[in-house]
Design a protein around this ligand. Structure first.
Ligand code: SF4
Length: 302
């Protein structure tokens, strides 16, 4: 019970630290027109943004019936770990501000150094995995220089992280589209035994191309019902207006159910987080829904 209450008091902010990614998934929504001035490239800007973020629990507690007492910064991309040096810098400054840390990654850059960094500093780490099949991963775009992601290596790396930090929460994020809707991912899930498996229906906001029906999505969930206790699934209605998300240049942004694409604030480090927060459409009831059920997380990334 205490864990649940503590989780409820943790404000989770999803910071998309970079747009860059070594994969090219067709449904990827992490696209902001290749803006050059990503906050993570500049240490002073990184510090300013983290300082602004640290003010947010108080601002929310004053405006809503919330009682946030800590922050978890969820680092997402693009691919979160493309630049070891820059992400190490973010981790250092976030830890100085007592933020808890989590991230979502495609796992492609995992090596001994990165595995240690994650195991030491993160309370939770999520891996994006849509398919166990090489050809499907190639078609989805989960490949680099025409080499599909190495699913076997990923499962071994995840188990190494768990050995180094048995308390770390392991998550898997899966996007179900027309390309993988018939797959059975059970063998992978059994092998890594994650704490949570988030399954999303592909967002038509990004592309109609590989869209699936609600019935396709339900069949995918039914096929994996033995993992019901760790699965959380979201369809599109639940995925709008309810995440606190910051883009690579430090603006709040949100999906919108009234227009295609995103709604943005102005940059947080230019106008302050109080003003920037007032510029986004925020749905406290949906936010509370996630908050109560302890999953303020982000749609697929990394
Ligand atoms: S791995 Fe994640 S960030 Fe990279 S292209 Fe795919 S969905 Fe986008």
């Amino acid at each position: 019970m205490d864990n649940v209450n503590n989780a409820k008091r943790e404000l989770v902010i999803n910071w998309h630290i970079t747009e860059a990614c070594n994969y090219k998934c067709s449904y990827c929504f992490a696209k902001w027109d290749r803006q050059k001035n990503e906050v993570m490239n500049d240490e002073a800007a990184t510090i300013r943004l983290l300082d602004e973020i640290s003010k947010l629990p108080k601002i929310l507690n004053n405006s809503y019936p919330t009682d946030f007492n800590s922050i978890r910064l969820n680092l997402v991309g693009g691919e979160t770990f493309l630049s070891f040096r820059k992400v190490s810098r973010i981790i250092h400054h976030a830890k100085q501000r007592n933020f808890n840390l989590s991230a979502i990654t495609n796992g492609s850059r995992l090596n001994d150094e990165l595995i240690d960094l994650i195991a030491i500093n993160f309370c939770s780490i999520g891996f994006s995995l849509d398919s166990l099949d090489n050809q499907t991963n190639l078609t989805i775009g989960r490949s680099e220089k025409n080499n599909p992601m190495d699913v076997m290596k990923l499962s071994e790396d995840i188990n190494t992280i768990k050995k180094l930090n048995p308390d770390i929460d392991i998550k898997v994020n899966t996007v179900v589209s027309n390309l993988n809707k018939a797959e059975d991912l059970s063998s992978f899930i059994k092998k890594i035994d994650p704490d949570k498996w988030k399954i999303f229906k592909v967002l038509p906001i990004i592309t109609e191309e590989n869209n699936i029906s609600q019935s396709d999505f339900s069949q995918f969930l039914d096929r994996h019902s033995e993992f019901d206790s760790i699965i959380s699934s979201e369809d599109n209605d639940e995925m709008t207006d309810s995440y606190l998300m910051i883009d690579p240049v430090g603006k709040f942004f949100q999906n919108s159910n009234t227009t295609k694409g995103y709604i943005y604030s102005r940059p947080i480090i230019e106008i302050g987080i109080r003003q920037a927060f007032s510029e986004i459409k925020f749905n406290p009831e949906k936010f509370h829904g996630r908050y109560k059920s302890n999953y303020i997380d982000v749609f697929e990334l990394g």
